[in-house]
Ligand binder design. Structure first.
Ligand code: SF4
Length: 328
């Protein structure tokens, strides 16, 4: 059932699961132009355990029925890309699709992520076919998706096809959980002390994406005073989410793991140190997935607790049952 178009808000349940927007057809709603759907098992069964999906079909919202004539992106002149019916290119749905996205801003702003249907002239995030006289070129963005991403540039957005890639999947889900924690922080009241604590707890995650950006984010917070905390928070969030979108490299992970290892220098004996070093090295060589050194570190820190490390989200960024670090 289309949760947005039925007027359902799910305020009672969204605090239990993370609110995520999604193209309706990906959850099996028969809203495609041909009356079909594109149900995605992983999204529905696995991610559905943690996410509260808020479905929306922009083409239904603008009054196109089911079934309907297909639409596509079409180049007009040298710069303009418009959304038009395939069989009636003089009609134009571009403005109504943009308006549809604008009208959804009130619930979009509460989301922690959005999963879009690839290749759609309305929902596609990237590489949507743009037609000119003869040949299509994969360089377009769905009209609804483009306004969503423009209005909420910090929002984690991904396509269902790319979620099949372990690295992209982990990256998207990590960003969703970070934004979710950010929203919980705002609910508690925005204070400089909260911001600094948030940054400290995410520092190792940020370092795994980009060490320079981590320093810059720290400097941004250091330059804040109580009077401009809201403005600094907005800048921090945008820069943070842009940074996390950069792929975390295995080289950066090794640096972070070795940094964490440093906290165990005193308590570990020679054999344990050797085991840890070898495990990190085997991860660096691609012989082990990231979950292995993280699990070993968690094991040692259970015996030798450290407050900074136990508070760091790097050691536990999302529910382990999601098995995301088993494949990267
Ligand atoms: S891709 Fe978007 S517009 Fe097309 S059917 Fe799915 S939800 Fe509707």
């Amino acid at each position: 059932m289309d949760t947005r178009q039925s007027g359902r808000t799910d305020l009672e349940t969204t605090h239990l699961k993370i609110p995520i927007g999604i193209s309706s057809c990906l959850l099996g709603e028969k809203v495609r132009f041909d009356g079909g759907h594109k149900w995605n098992t992983y999204i529905s069964k696995t991610l559905g355990q943690y996410f509260e999906f808020q479905t929306f079909c922009p083409e239904l919202d603008i009054g196109l029925g089911i079934p309907r004539k297909p639409i596509r992106l079409s180049r007009k002149g040298s710069t303009q890309i418009r959304c038009v019916p395939v069989d009636k290119p003089q009609s134009d749905f571009t403005e109504v699709l943009l308006l549809s996205a604008e009208r959804q801003s009130s619930w979009h702003r509460d989301l922690c992520g959005y999963i879009l249907k690839k290749d759609s002239p309305s929902c596609g995030m990237e590489r949507v076919k743009v037609w000119d006289d003869v040949m299509p070129v994969r360089e377009g963005v769905g009209i609804y998706a483009s306004r969503l991403m423009k209005n909420f540039p910090y929002l984690p957005v991904e396509e269902e096809g790319r979620l099949g890639d372990a690295v992209l999947r982990e990256n998207f889900i990590q960003r969703v959980f970070v934004l979710h924690r950010w929203k919980r922080l705002l609910e508690q009241g925005l204070r400089l002390s909260n911001l600094l604590q948030f940054h400290a707890r995410h520092k190792l995650i940020i370092m795994s994406h980009n060490q320079t950006r981590n320093r810059e984010l720290g400097q941004l917070l250091a330059s804040a005073d109580k009077d401009d905390v809201t403005e600094i928070a907005d800048r921090y969030l945008l820069k943070l989410m842009q940074t996390l979108k950069m792929p975390a490299t295995s080289g950066n992970h090794v640096n972070v793991l070795q940094h964490i290892q440093g906290y165990l220098n005193k308590p570990l004996d020679k054999d344990d140190k050797l085991e840890l070093s070898e495990t990190i090295e085997n991860y660096r060589l691609g012989l082990l997935p990231l979950i292995v050194p993280i699990t070993l570190l968690n094991h040692f820190f259970r015996k030798h607790p450290d407050e900074y490390i136990s508070n760091s989200w790097y050691m536990n960024p999302y529910p382990q049952e999601m098995s995301l670090q088993n494949h990267i």
